[in-house]
Design a binder for this molecule. Sequence first.
Ligand SMILES: [Zn+2]
Length: 355
Amino acid sequence: MVGLTLNYHYMQLPREVIVGKGTLQRIPEVTKRLHLKGRALVMSDAICYDLAGKTVSDLIAESGLSVDFLLVKTMTTKDISEIENQIRDLKPQVLFGVGGGTIIDAAKVSSRSKNIPFISVPTTVSHDGIASPLASIKGSNKPYSVLAQAPLAIIADTEVIAKAPWRFVVSGCGDVIAKFTSVKDWKLAHVEQNEYYGEYAASLALMSARLVIQNAKLIVDHQDEGLRVLLEALISCGVAMSIAGSSRPCSGSEHLFSHALDIVNSHHAMHGEQCGVGSILSAYLYKANWQRIKNSLKLIGAPTNAKELGVADIDVVKALKLAATIRPERYTILQKLNLSFEDCEKTAKATGIIN
Ligand SMILES: [Zn+2]
């Protein structure tokens, strides 16, 4: 979809973003503004159906579209082809993904392959996939995200999101704070590998990280305003990826560490929690201010060591070693330094992530 050539740069951005209390009620006006007609397909899992999927379906019906609902349980490559078959048979003009990251990713991939737009209705704020054009699917041979399509609209209702466990918010903060090192890796790849680098997309990702830290108190106090700051930061990160045409501004060595930890320990922590810890390790390798990242994560209440991640010390060392091999084409500080097992252990100890 997105081709980066020497002559032009393609960006696919969301057209409408609505964030705040009770925004689900805005669905009829959104469908009207976007001139959506005919048939809509809403997909969700059982929990998110009760939480928001039913309301979303009712509101779409109210706005004059006919609505089909697709209840999904798991999100493997097999499930995706099942969803694609349903899209082929039902012929909706638009797909609504109502749920957490996995459901939204599945909506992104299946709508893209069937050439229809999708609307993102997140019920959690655990990572930046709610607005990005990238998706990761379980059971595929890639543990990281691949390009799909950006949502046509994002409707994020903080009243719905506030009902999810607090840990999702913490994870979302970790994913945003991790941008401090993903941007460093992108710049490094630009300087040393002549990779495309976009100052605008990089600045947007960094600004999101700064805003989350600046507003940490509002977030930890469970204020609606804090949740909105986090949502806007996650959406801005998604937009940064849309502008860059890849996950580069938002996913560097700290994400490779997180993907590696998923492989090393199947009872791993949440994506954003792991990326936060990965970001401490990466900042240390850059000889940057890793303590600041660690302190910011602590302030939010995010894990900052192996124990808090619920993994063994050795898992962290193994993951850091494995991380450099996960995605060979993504040049980061890990490829540059080519760390030995002992180096990885030393890094994890020096940052207090292991004992
Ligand atoms: Zn992430």
